[in-house]
Design a protein around this ligand. Sequence first.
Ligand code: SAH
Length: 269
Amino acid sequence: MDIVTLPGQQTAGKVWLVGAGPGDVDLLTLKAARVLAAADVVLYDALVSDDILALIPASAEKIAVGKRAGAHSARQEEINQLLVTKAFTRRNVVRLKGGDPFIFGRGGEELQTLAEAGVQFEVIPGITAASGTSAYAGIPLTHRDHAQGVTFITGHCQLDSRPMDWQGYANPANTLVVYMGILNAGLIQRELINHGRSADTPVAIVSRATTAQQQKVIGTLGALEALAKDPRVVMPALMIVGEVVSLADSLNWFEPAAVSETPAKQLVK
Ligand code: SAH
């Protein structure tokens, strides 16, 4: 669908592409909070937590455009068009996305459309699910004894037009973080093992990371498919594969059940 702009017309406003982080409202950046407070309209995804949506001023128009696997959602072209249309009529248009907008968030695609239409924009990064999960599950993504590097991949394997680099992902010296991988856990397990990663490699699946509903299940790569079927695994969930997962027990500090409504209460006085 072509973007409709009026010839010669200057846009009135600006689009702020904002990362909302993985869930815990305290993980929002100060800049994101400031921009949200000044929003005239907010287009948000399904992954943005209720606590963060509660920060949107009552005067702002709220538009849910997000998608969850299988659920009805606005098509990407419709979202792109809506952003351009809103930028012509409102001053501060906030496009709010879970995590970081440039990591599996299609933020780049949306900005390309805005750039073509001559709409001004700024980007505010967010804490991506891998960082939030790693911190709140006690799993450092790199560690001098366990992992030299870390790779983020999407587990939507079959949808990718580019072939997956299983040989690279199976590197035992690296941590592998899989976004959107739960439905393909069996395939991921088989490919990694076929390409040489040990079936004994520790793995973690963390659901609703950084929120009071966080759940963590830990096992080995050889049992990843079964682990993904554990009833404690709910969406959204992230998989971490690698030796660093062995630290999760000793470095765990986050007790979801203990999360209070007043975050300041958790500060050590
Ligand atoms: N832009 C987002 C990722 C969007 S893709 C980011 O930077 O985090 C959606 C995937 O992110 C989910 O399928 C899940 O794998 C992961 N995810 C997002 N929020 C999460 C959370 N709170 N806990 C666990 N995984 C999460």
